[in-house]
Design a protein around this ligand. Sequence first.
Ligand SMILES: [Zn+2]
Length: 167
Amino acid sequence: MESAPRFLCDVMLARLARYLRAAGLDTALAVESATDAEILREAIDEGRWLLTADRKITEHKAAKGHVIQLPFGTLGLQAAALSGQFNIDWLSHAFTRCLMDNTPLQAATEEHALQVPEDARQPVEELLACPNCGRVYWRGSHYKRMRNKLESWQENPVAAVATIEPL
Ligand SMILES: [Zn+2]
């Protein structure tokens, strides 16, 4: 996914950041204490699009060409806005990154498999683990909920727009 856009979400978009990571997109999350200028600097230095729902950042003099303002509102609305800007593939690389820290996942080891609840335990070859934080990922109900959302965004990227109320 070399040509895929890379993102930096401001703290208000933490939930969206998790879904972008779930789609396998390289997505950083700004630290809470960072100033607008620091967040912009991070985005520019790392070649990321800064995603924000805060118009103030978009008015910053360094913002031009680096910031995308997303609507306040539902995840679906924000996803639709992103699909309108980028040709986002929500599914092809889904569940290849850690939702917590953005690190690409690796195959889990036998040791990792022991952390999975017994009723959810799968063949170890189907489990993935984060080499950074050690979290193990399996296809439980949480996975299915996120997967359903990604599928709906992929199938009909503008559907969410039609159903929203005026802001
Ligand atoms: Zn991790």
